[in-house]
Design a protein around this ligand. Structure first.
Ligand SMILES: *Cc1c(COP(=O)(O)O)cnc(C)c1O
Length: 422
């Protein structure tokens, strides 16, 4: 459920009309609903109720400071994957002991900073990383709390670019080698083993891959404990999918995911950590764009929008589907027809949807892309010298710009012409 609904014929974010926001900030823009973000967090809290747990929001899905602050206030920890994300988590007010650090390529500088602020846990993805972390911790006079990310060789049955749990993926240590890695870690003075970590992919639409991965994890925990390691935390990653196509998709609910967690690893006496990103932010955001032209092509019509692939790259990168709705509610008997939704960027890949059946809209109309709150603004660029678009946060009847649109001067002002070219 989200908080984007038609009221008196105009699509609203909570109590705010999208037309009002468009008038205030121009188009295109992203808009996020506080109530939806909070609701999604709460749904996970309820799914894990009774189990000791920490929900670490995977902030790579949407790392706007205002969104992070909403999550921090709700009680979330953070899953970060870079030094920049670590600084964002801290700036948003996240307690360091609620921050876990994932990623295959942490640099020594990133490790050092994370040790200095005292993060909760490093999710270590390889032996070279483990050795580097040990060395950095020793030189800093600290001990790094570590979970080793294991790769369970499970097919997440999702898009190839976001599957991470098969042996051919770059992520984690092959589960067959985990014992050896834990033995090496236990002998190190600079690291302390605290748990085991797994994350098998994103936009999962069935629970079976989770079940398979968690059962392998369960077996591993038994083996590691027999080897004398203290395993007190299980980080189960994120990845639960959302319905991008509301008419015919119904991915599993967090409650049922929670039941799988209980059934597979709930009795191990471990604190459970999960790292949802997309499910928290995805359906809490829209991309709103204006139709520049309606163009009749050879046998097909194009809606040329002022948003483009640089603003929302998911259709071009993952062949992703986003539901698109006119901001002015179409009459029940309005004509419906197929149309191609495209942006102004000079690439054929700058196509949001082909032959999409939707109510007729004309030049000047506003349209809203649903499910754009995750992997939207964070993946945007200024390709074609299109300035980053604003992000707006709504809460009830209030809204505020949480990232303004840069002016052309600001965009150009970040670059320099070297002296010898002047
Ligand atoms: C991307 C990622 C997540 C979040 O995935 P979602 O599909 O957005 O829930 C969690 N953990 C790790 C390690 C990730 O890389």
């Amino acid at each position: 459920m989200d908080h984007f609904t038609y009221r008196s014929g105009v699509l609203h974010a909570e109590d705010v009309s999208l037309e009002e926001i468009a008038d205030a900030v121009g188009t295109p823009f992203y808009v996020y609903s506080t109530a939806t973000l909070e609701r999604h967090f709460k749904v996970f809290e309820e799914a894990l109720k009774g189990l000791p747990h920490l929900i670490c929001y995977a902030m790579k899905a949407n790392s706007n400071l205002a969104v992070l602050r909403v999550m921090v206030r709700a009680g979330a920890g953070m899953d970060v994957v870079s030094g920049g994300e670590l600084e964002r988590a801290l700036a948003a007010g996240c307690a360091p002991d609620k921050i876990v650090f994932s990623g295959v390529g942490k640099t020594e500088a990133e490790m050092r900073r994370a040790l200095d602020v005292g993060i909760r846990q490093f999710n270590v993805e390889s032996e070279p990383e483990l050795r580097a972390l040990n060395a950095v911790a020793l030189s800093a006079g600290r001990v790094a709390p570590v979970a080793v990310r294991v790769n369970p060789d499970v097919d997440a049955k999702t898009h190839a670019k976001i599957a991470t749990g098969k042996s051919e993926n770059k992520f984690g240590v092959p589960i067959a080698r985990a014992r050896a890695v834990y033995a090496e870690a236990a002998a190190m003075e600079g690291v302390a083993v605290v748990g085991v970590d797994v994350h098998i992919g994103s936009q999962l639409t069935t629970l079976e891959p989770y079940e398979a991965a968690f059962l392998k994890l369960r077996e591993l925990v038994g083996v590691l404990r027999e080897d004398g390691h203290e395993i007190s935390r299980l980080d189960l990653g994120g990845g639960l999918g959302i319905p991008y196509r509301r008419s015919n998709e119904a991915p599993p609910l967090p409650f049922d995911y929670g039941e799988v967690v209980r059934r597979t690893v709930g009795d191990l006496g471990c604190e459970i950590e999960i790292e949802p990103g997309r499910l928290i932010a995805g359906n809490a955001g829209l991309l709103v764009s204006r139709v520049i032209f309606r163009k009749e092509g050879e046998g097909r019509d194009f809606l040329i929008l002022d948003a483009a692939m640089n603003d929302l790259i998911r259709p071009a990168m993952y062949d992703a589907w986003h539901d698109v709705e006119p901001v002015r509610e179409p009459a029940a008997d309005a004509p419906v027809g197929p149309v191609d939704l495209v942006g102004p960027v000079c690439e054929s890949g700058d196509t949001f949807a082909r032959q999409r059946e939707m109510a007729n809209v004309e030049a000047g109309a506003l349209v809203a892309f649903r499910s754009a709150g995750a992997y939207g603004a964070v993946m945007s660029s200024e390709y074609n010298s299109r300035p980053l678009i604003p992000e707006v946060l709504v809460s009830g009847s209030r809204f505020d710009v949480v990232r303004p649109r840069p002016t052309y001067d600001e965009m150009l002002g970040r670059e320099r012409i070297p002296g010898w070219l002047e």
